[in-house]
Design a protein around this ligand. Structure first.
Ligand code: UD1
Length: 430
């Protein structure tokens, strides 16, 4: 059942047969949230399709409503109608902003529109310090006065200089915030060393549809020529590559055979290459549309290192580690994006995995059939999923504690989809 199912609880998983069948994907969380924020740049009624009914979307709706937007969300049809005709800033719901990291993405559009703002410091997954210093440093370079205290991020910008801004690191969140701040800034601006994740490209497609003059140029640059007004849009959000990866890992862990017609290969290339290096068969549809996964019986462990797109996504790191746990041999994992994203490692070890992690580096030995169910604790969305998927290969029952809260932030009905393939997985409340 779709809809707002926010609750606490645990994910209950039992060893399952090989998962077999076909699955449809939901819309991408990391695209829809920033696209919803970008509507603050427009006036009028926009329609977003393929909007996943996940907790973070409901929180973003609360934020937009507190800013004066009228929002109708049909969770069954996955269509959100968002009318931004009468926006105001004064009653921003700072409690909702605090709840998740993507709320930081209202900073750019609000600064461009309202000039003198403060937003609560955003929360989100426990995967590292997640500072906002790039946002502060680089908005300052554009002439804004931006600073933070313990609770709030403040911005005052009566104007922006147009600029050639070179990023030290292709931060996804900052590239998106900057883009949204600059599309209404007169003159020509450049973002050099920009993040070009598929979700950033979906945002750019939306801004272009609004009438913004934005162009991606090699190598990793975005040119923005400011326009005076942006219009409302009708847009279909891209499918969730992270949900696709989660389903494929479920297939790898259970030695399954799964077809995902919505998966777009160009958004998953390095991930699919690693599955293929393990020995799994990946059959790609015409023009890179659709992935058919057939597990090999004796997968080999492969090493990987996360990095900005088109590198190996940090959001797929815990998932891929779960797949390495049931492979033969040893491998290493390097996490370069976040400094504290191995919190799932001790939990996987409680289930019989053999992983040593220090700092950004982990080494692991496949343990094949020796996994057993345990009570483990999830600390973020992808860790919750990785631990639950590992439970599909472990003897007995696994309970992922705190798992439901994280799961519902990122996955619309993945539990139902996995059950339709034969998985024994339930979201339970205490
Ligand atoms: C990151 C991922 C994105 C993923 C999302 C959710 C990358 C490059 N980005 O995006 O793909 O979907 O997490 O898991 O893979 N940083 C600072 N100061 C800042 C901003 C960021 O030090 O002001 C650091 C972060 O702590 C992190 C790195 O830069 O170590 C990348 O951050 P960024 O891309 O901004 O993070 P998200 O936008 O959350």
């Amino acid at each position: 059942m779709k809809g707002h199912r926010v609750s606490s609880g645990y994910i209950l998983v039992e060893k399952s047969q090989p998962l077999v069948g076909e699955v449809k994907l939901s819309g991408a969380k990391n695209a829809v949230l920033v696209i919803m924020a970008s509507l603050l740049l427009t006036r009028g009624k926009s329609v977003l399709r393929n909007v996943p009914a996940i907790a973070d979307v409901y929180d973003m709706i609360k934020i937009l409503q507190s800013l004066g937007a009228q929002v109708q969300f049909d969770a069954t049809a996955n269509i959100a109608e968002i009318d931004t005709t009468y926006l105001h800033y004064e009653s921003l719901d700072q409690q909702a902003v605090k709840k998740f990291r993507a709320s930081l993405l209202i900073f750019g559009p609000l600064l461009a529109q309202f000039k003198d703002i403060k937003i609560a410091m955003p929360g989100g997954d426990a995967i590292g310090a997640r500072p906002v210093d790039y946002h502060i440093k680089n908005f300052k370079k554009l002439g804004a006065h931006v600073f933070q205290d313990q609770d709030f991020l403040y911005g005052v910008a009566n104007f922006f200089f147009f600029f050639r801004l070179i990023l030290d690191y292709p931060s996804v969140g900052f590239t998106e915030n900057l883009l949204m701040a600059l599309v209404l800034t007169q003159g020509e601006s450049w973002i050099v060393n920009a993040a070009l994740e598929p979700e950033v490209l979906d945002l750019i497609a939306v801004l272009q549809q609004m009438g913004a003059d934005v162009e991606v140029m090699p190598p990793a640059m975005i040119r923005i020529r400011g326009v005076k007004h942006l219009k409302s849009i009708d847009h279909t959000v891209i499918f969730d590559r992270l949900e696709a990866a989660s389903i494929l890992i479920a297939g790898a862990i259970t030695k399954g055979d799964i077809f995902i017609p919505d998966a777009q290969v160009f958004n998953l290339e390095l991930f699919l290459m690693k599955l293929s290096e393990m020995g799994h068969e990946i059959i790609v549809g015409k023009n890179g549309q659709g992935v058919h996964f057939k597990s090999c019986q004796n997968p080999q462990a492969v090493s990987f290192k996360t990095g900005p797109f088109p590198g190996f996504p940090t959001d797929m790191q815990a998932l891929m580690m779960a797949a390495q746990t049931v492979a033969t041999g040893s491998c290493s994992v390097v996490e370069t994006v976040f400094e504290n994203r191995f919190l799932h490692v001790p939990e996987m070890n409680k289930m019989g995995a053999n992983i040593q992690a220090t700092g950004h580096f982990a080494s692991m030995q496949g343990v094949s059939c020796q996994l057993y169910g345990a009570d483990v604790k999830a600390t973020d969305i992808r860790a919750a999923c990785a631990l639950a998927l590992l439970g599909l290969a472990a003897q007995g029952q696994t309970r992922v504690l705190d798992g439901v809260h994280h799961w519902k932030r990122g996955y619309e009905t993945l539990d139902e989809k996995l059950r339709s393939l034969g998985a024994k997985i339930e979201l339970c409340s205490f």
